[in-house]
Design a protein around this ligand. Structure first.
Ligand code: ADP
Length: 583
């Protein structure tokens, strides 16, 4: 065995954290060395970054010290293998066909180099590439220094081949189970994180919920995060000092680029700085994070990068594997989505709260002003009525008093309706009883029929024979019917017709109020349910009103779980249809 990084990289911790797997490999190489009669036997695993990593070794103490956990580029060895003698499982590389830079390779025996023909040369190499089920190179078994000092031939070689085949099968199984264990661990962590994130309603909650799962799932030392627009902060176990502004900018720049390229970045001393950063940037990040390595994961949703997540590992911690990087990227995307949703939820919640406060304020103001106006208005109207009865008034004064009276009555009506509007929704509908809407409608039709008759308008009710039960508050439902029928009569010229129909259709109660009056233009139809909206159409405008009636009706219908619709054509009449859930 003679693997050593050609560029003298410092050897970093292995992601082979599984001690048991290492022990199993060690016992395989010990047995193989014993039965095959070799002084040195070792196993290296292929890492995601293209390096062979020596996991275990039998041999002299100095060889073990030099080689275990050392790294060597896979590509160099593959080039060398092309020049090897193919014995089957094993490939023999005679010392005279070595193309690897011998001085830079790790350990070689100091036995004499001038050996006779057929004897083992200290720089000879015997290796067996190990492949997984899919034919991918996953490791290398290496053997050196046969105890008999000879290059194996004939029967010895056949026996050696058999031992090597068996050993390679066992090693492949261990490497595969380590890979699967990692996949299972990461899949579990990812599922856990997504579950926690999607169940959280606020940005803070998402991060707090996921911090622990990230640390455990990724065997990280600490978790950092920076959501753009907020302060960068440690989520779990990290130094609470905020990074300096230059570092915040630098990582934000990196995260945006990484999200564009849909990738994550490993920040480690022996790695190239992740694009678009330079070596000085890399050093600055590692110094602040005070860690051996950092995995920076962009958090994003759609095309937008929302921030980043940093996972650190301490000195001697394992390498970030390609599997971990892939899963981390997916988690960054899922977390990004969860954060975006939580952010929207928070914003909406704030907005609703603000609107609610504003509505409460408005409603309170309207109620107070109406209340303050009510009493003086009542006395004004009362005194005006007294004045009108005074026989000593001149005609001019009498006309003036009549005009003031009309205005005051109108003002009183506005005040009363404003108070009704304010009170709408005050009663507890859950505690409401059942109302027979048939009786309500019949009463309102009767009440309107007589005054309408004076203008030759007929008000007809088409009502079912039996009761029509609706859950609700009686005086509110009465207000709805009275308002629609009152409007129908008011906006219908003399001699017209108003028809009120009540039906029960598929569990719903449908109230229809149709007139052949002045109708409502399409432009007005869009606004008639708004507070204080009155049509500018001269036919409508000269009829007195406050513009609050339909706004109140709509609120009351909404509150009873119903809906209201309007069909109308200017000049031909209108139909208002109210649907309420049946009791
Ligand atoms: P108002 O006190 O002005 O009647 P409403 O809120 O009840 O206020 O109605 C708003 C506007 O809708 C009215 O000003 C009128 O222009 C129009 N409108 C309501 N009902 C009818 C109807 N049956 N026929 C024609 N126009 C109507």
């Amino acid at each position: 065995m003679s693997e050593q990084p050609t560029d003298e990289r410092p050897v970093r911790g292995s992601r082979w954290s599984d001690v048991q797997a290492r022990d199993s490999l060690q016992s395989i190489v010990e047995t193989l060395a014993e039965v095959a009669g070799f002084d040195v036997v070792g196993v290296s695993a292929v890492r995601d970054d293209g390096y062979l990593h020596v996991l275990c070794l039998v041999g002299p103490a100095d060889a073990r010290e030099r080689l275990i956990d050392s790294l060597a580029p896979v590509a160099d060895l593959l080039g060398q293998l092309e020049l090897a003698e193919d014995w089957g499982t094993l490939k023999f590389i005679p010392h005279d066909s070595l193309i690897i830079d011998v001085d830079k390779w790790g350990w070689f025996s100091d036995r004499p180099r001038d050996v006779p023909e057929g004897a083992w040369h200290p720089e000879d190499m015997l290796v067996a590439p190990i492949h997984d089920d899919r034919g991918q190179l996953v490791g290398i078994l290496g053997m050196e220094l046969p105890k008999d000092g000879l290059v194996p031939v004939d029967g010895t070689r056949e026996l050696l081949e058999m031992y090597a085949r068996q050993a390679c099968r066992a090693i492949a199984a261990i490497l595969e189970s380590e890979r699967l264990a990692e996949q299972i661990r990461l899949a579990g962590a990812a599922a856990d994180i997504v579950r926690r994130a999607t169940g959280s309603m606020s940005v803070d909650d998402v991060l707090t919920q996921c911090g622990g799962a990230l640390v455990d799932g990724f065997r990280a030392q600490a978790v950092w995060t920076h959501l753009f627009g907020a302060e960068p902060r440690p989520v779990r176990d990290a130094d609470p000092h905020s990074p300096p502004p230059t570092l915040i900018d630098l990582l934000a720049r990196y995260a945006a680029a990484a999200w564009d390229r849909q990738t994550v970045g490993v920040f480690a001393p022996d790695r190239l700085p992740p694009e678009p950063l330079g070596a000085a940037d890399l050093a600055e990040v590692l110094e602040f994070m005070d860690c051996e390595s950092l995995l920076v994961v962009p958090l994003g949703a759609g095309t937008e990068c929302l921030g980043w997540l940093g996972l650190t590992r301490e000195q001697g911690g394992a390498e970030w594997s390609a599997g971990e990087a892939d899963v981390a990227f997916d988690i960054g995307r899922d977390l990004g989505r969860a954060l975006a949703t939580a952010g929207n939820f928070e914003r909406e919640h704030r907005l609703v709260q603000e609107l609610q406060e504003l509505a409460d304020y408005k409603s309170h103001l309207v109620a107070t002003v109406s209340h303050e106006l009510r009493t003086p208005l009542t006395s004004i109207v009362g005194f005006l009525e007294l004045l009108e009865g005074d026989s000593g008034l001149s005609d001019r004064s009498r006309n003036a008093v009549a005009a003031i009276h009309r205005g005051s009555v109108r003002l009183s009506r506005v005040v009363e309706e404003l108070l009704v509007l304010h009170r709408t929704g005050e009663g507890d509908l859950d505690a409401a009883g059942t109302v027979d809407l048939r009786a309500t409608v019949a009463g309102i039709v009767e009440l309107n029929a007589e005054p309408a008759e004076r203008r030759q308008i007929t008000v007809t009710g088409h009502l079912p024979a039996g009761q029509v039960p609706v859950r609700g508050i009686e005086h509110e439902l009465e207000h709805v019917v009275a308002n629609l029928v009152g409007n129908a009569v008011k906006y219908t010229p003399d001699g017209g017709h108003v028809v009120v129909t009540l039906e029960q259709v598929a569990g719903e109660v449908v109230l229809t109020c149709t007139d052949d009056g002045i109708g409502i233009s399409a432009a007005d139809q869009a606004h008639v349910f708004e507070e204080f909206y009155r049509s500018a159409d001269p036919d409508a405008a000269h009829r007195s009103g406050t513009g609050l009636g339909l706004a109140i009706v709509r609120r009351l219908v909404d509150r009873h779980g119903g809906s209201i619709e309007l069909e109308s054509e200017l000049g031909s009449g209108s139909t208002f249809r109210v649907r309420l859930p049946g009791a």
